[in-house]
Design a protein around this ligand. Structure first.
Ligand code: NAD
Length: 366
């Protein structure tokens, strides 16, 4: 599930060039000979608070790929956390290598590096990191969140993420169809994993007609049996007429090959980095009259959940009501996009940056 997207033009061969292009505060290089740990921690912006974002482990083809990924992902977290109204900055970590390298010492060593940053960076789960891995990391640092309920954490954030995606879908439907009712709407859900399966429950309750696809047939069979959703082939999901396409699997599924095949009025889903090229594909969607709900806006339920856990102030109802606000924020951003004739992705980034700038000024006063 690598989600490296060509969303930024970066100058190759110069770390400071990349950091300054994307405006990061810090890039931490972590190495431990004994365990074989090689990790990078990207801290993009801490104006709003500690930089929170998950750790992913991936066998990157080169160090340059890993640097690019951690820089893009941590920048995305800055915007996501800002738009969600959180007092959190943006950060992310990547561990380079085969996930089979992980063991207790390896993970605890990584935890020591996180601890060494004194809370400037707070970690959580991401691709190829399991709850059990986070438990080892938590043995060495307080700056970790998304722990299982049995360990005093708030547990799996996916149901909250799915609720936020549902809110985003309804807001985008309101913009596209004049009503946020999803009754009778044909919705294609790509990926029936943690987020997809909870999302489908909300959509079914509203009487939507669901198409589902995944690369695991057993998952599809089970969900189809439970919900009546129609199973479709992963390769044809882009070609089928539908009202709403909800990507909930991979990043970069809106790309040069798929964008002209889409026959929908709305794109709104949980996957991170859906636009392969943020600027280009965001604009093309707009020109085609497709309403796009920016992913980092509508999939923020998970970070709202782990953020509340980190601050030790976790109330499930509050977390859901904060996530519900995604509906209003999404509508505001879609209106701004139309009014200013800019892609929704850009409108969302502008709103996120404006909050950071305003709060930065607030913090200047004594
Ligand atoms: P997951 O691994 O549980 O589910 C992903 C599903 O996509 C799996 O069932 C997988 O088989 C399927 N898939 C993979 N390749 C596919 C393909 N080519 N076609 C169709 N299906 C395919 O992951 P998740 O936690 O549900 O996350 C889904 C997406 O949402 C990811 O992009 C993730 O980064 C993003 N996201 C998740 C959360 C969260 O709280 N879990 C929060 C924010 C963003």
């Amino acid at each position: 599930m690598l989600e490296i997207n060509a969303t930024e033009t970066v100058r190759e061969g110069s770390i400071f060039g990349q950091i300054s292009t994307m405006d990061h505060e810090q890039l931490v290089v972590c190495h431990d000979q004994a365990t074989g740990l090689k990790a990078l921690i990207g801290i993009h912006n801490t104006t709003l608070g500690p930089a929170l974002g998950g750790t992913r482990m991936w066998p990157y083809a080169s160090d340059a790929d890993a640097i690019t990924d951690v820089l893009r992902l941590s920048r995305g977290m800055t915007f996501k956390n800002s738009l969600a109204g959180l007092n959190l900055g943006g950060g992310k970590a990547v561990i380079i290598g085969d996930p089979k390298l992980k063991n207790e010492a390896f993970l605890r060593r990584f935890g020591r590096f996180v601890e060494s940053l004194g809370g400037r960076y707070v970690t959580a789960e991401d691709v190829n990191m399991k709850t059990s891995d986070m438990e080892y990391i938590a043995m060495e640092t307080r700056h970790v969140t998304g722990l299982p309920q049995l360990k005093g954490g708030a547990g799996d954030p996916s149901p909250v993420t799915a609720y936020g995606v549902y809110m985003g879908i309804k807001a985008a439907a309101k913009k596209a169809f004049g009503s946020d009712s999803l009754a009778g709407k044909k919705i294609g859900v790509q990926g029936v994993g943690q987020v997809g399966k909870y999302l489908i429950e909300y959509l079914v309750k509203e009487g939507a007609e669901i198409l589902i696809t995944d690369i695991f047939e057993d998952k599809l069979r089970e969900i189809s049996k439970a919900t009546g959703a129609t199973v479709v082939d992963p390769n044809v999901i882009y070609d089928l007429p539908m009202d709403i396409y909800a990507p909930c699997a991979l990043g970069a599924t809106i790309n040069d090959e798929t964008i002209d095949r889409l026959k929908c009025a709305v794109v709104a889903g949980g996957a991170n980095n859906q636009l392969k090229d943020e600027g280009k594909h965001g604009r093309i969607l707009m020109d085609k009259g497709i309403v796009y709900a920016p992913d980092f806006l509508i999939n923020a339920g998970g970070v709202i959940n782990v953020g509340a856990e980190y601050f030790g102030d976790y109330h499930r109802e509050t977390v859901f009501s904060q996530t519900e606000k995604i509906y209003d924020t999404c509508l505001t951003i879609l209106e701004k996009s139309e009014k200013e004739n800019i892609a929704a992705q850009q409108a969302a980034i502008d709103v996120a940056k404006a909050r950071i700038e305003a709060m930065g000024r607030v913090k200047l006063s004594f």
